[in-house]
Design a protein around this ligand. Structure first.
Ligand code: GTR
Length: 360
């Protein structure tokens, strides 16, 4: 455990009062502490405003989609809060099957970039794809007056521990899961995996961490603020990201970013919230800004929690090479050769990992 030990991470398996975490029941109590830290100090809390949520199917194609082998459904989800509302489209591609199918709920970049997702191949492997366009939910900038941000912050102002954009996008993923549960019996709502790339990989991790209905999460090149450890990290560090993208996080995160070694958390807190569910972390070997080694070591740091809960994770000393399949169990890691993007190979390896979890 040489490399990991040098990172001096805050412990996962010790309660705030110093008591060691030895059982699954102890972990539930520790998990609540960790959830509260990640929520308040990293992504931020949504103010408790009463919102109405509705979902409608606006288009259905049972005949032509994927040569008739899949159903295309377009939903529209609407959130209404004190007279204001915002809506987003949900694109669902569901392979025809005699039983409800598992699904990836992808927070994506929308429009033409959906074309990068191997939608037909995902269907052939037995998964539905539920895709959103993140900018329809709220803009990717410091404006907190429009879209979902405008509903949550009527005066556009946020407090220290209030939700940033990642938390708003993640909340929209959770509300989309509500709509899928209610409207699409062809999808097995107990087997929905939150997925995303880069800033939306961070978003997918937080969605699944904060909502245990998600079967698991697949983060791709999520890097700083996602699956990469901040302590001892390379590439983008909290000081960079909180300066370049302060709106993504709670304002408190920017304060912590000034002294990484003193942070009461590191990113293994975020990943640990997934345990013992299925979590697949994907990196790319030339994506140094997202720190592939920091992502691998973060998985290794979380492994004792998976083991405590009877699952397998990633051994820090396991030999690691590019595109080496099968590293890990319920918690798995894959490093693709190449740069920062979400490729077909990334999807294939993620599906390999979830196939095993679903078969169990
Ligand atoms: C970068 C940012 C990363 C990553 C990336 C992306 O500029 O520094 O944290 O999120 O954007 O989302 O493509």
């Amino acid at each position: 455990m040489q490399m990991l030990a040098q990172r001096n991470l805050p412990p996962l398996l010790t309660r705030a009062d110093g008591t060691p975490v030895k059982t699954a029941a102890d972990w539930r109590a520790r998990r609540s502490e960790i959830l509260s830290i990640v929520e308040g100090e990293v992504f931020g809390r949504l103010p408790g405003r009463a919102c109405g949520i509705s979902g409608d199917i606006v288009r259905e194609d049972n005949v032509y989609h994927h040569g008739g082998r899949a159903i295309l459904l377009e939903l529209r989800v609407t959130v209404t809060c004190e007279g204001r509302s915002c809506s987003w489209d949900v694109h669902c591609s569901i392979p025809k099957s005699s039983a409800p199918v598992p699904a990836f709920l992808l927070m994506g970049y929308g429009g033409s970039r959906l074309g990068d997702v191997p939608c037909e191949e995902i269907g052939e492997r037995g998964y539905a794809l539920i895709a959103l366009d993140y900018r329809q939910i709220t803009s990717d900038d410091g404006d907190f007056t429009s879209g979902l941000a405008g509903l949550v912050y009527p005066d556009g102002q946020r407090g220290e521990h209030d939700a940033g954009k990642i938390a708003l996008w993640a909340w929209a993923m959770r509300r989309t899961l509500d709509a899928v549960e209610a409207l699409i019996p062809e999808i097995d709502a107990r087997r929905v995996i939150a997925a995303g790339h880069s800033r939306l990989g961070k978003t997918a991790l937080w969605a699944a961490a904060s909502d245990e209905r998600f079967f698991g999460a697949y983060s791709n090149d999520s890097g700083c603020g996602g699956a990469a450890l901040a302590r001892g990290g390379m590439g983008e560090l909290p000081a960079n990201i909180s300066t370049a993208f302060p709106a993504w996080f709670a304002p408190a995160y920017g304060e912590h970013a000034r002294d990484v070694d003193a942070m009461p958390f590191d990113q293994h807190f975020l990943l640990a919230l997934l345990a013992p569910r299925c979590l697949h972390v994907a990196s790319a070997s030339e994506d140094m800004w997202s720190d592939p080694l920091g992502e691998f070591l973060c998985c290794a740091a979380v492994t004792p929690v998976y083991e405590l809960l009877g699952e397998t994770g990633v051994d820090e000393n396991a030999p690691l090479a590019d595109d080496m399949p099968g590293v890990g169990g319920a918690l798995s890691y894959h490093r693709r050769p190449g740069t920062h993007c979400m490729t077909r190979l990334d999807w294939q390896r993620a599906m390999d990992a979830f196939d095993k979890a679903i078969a169990r």
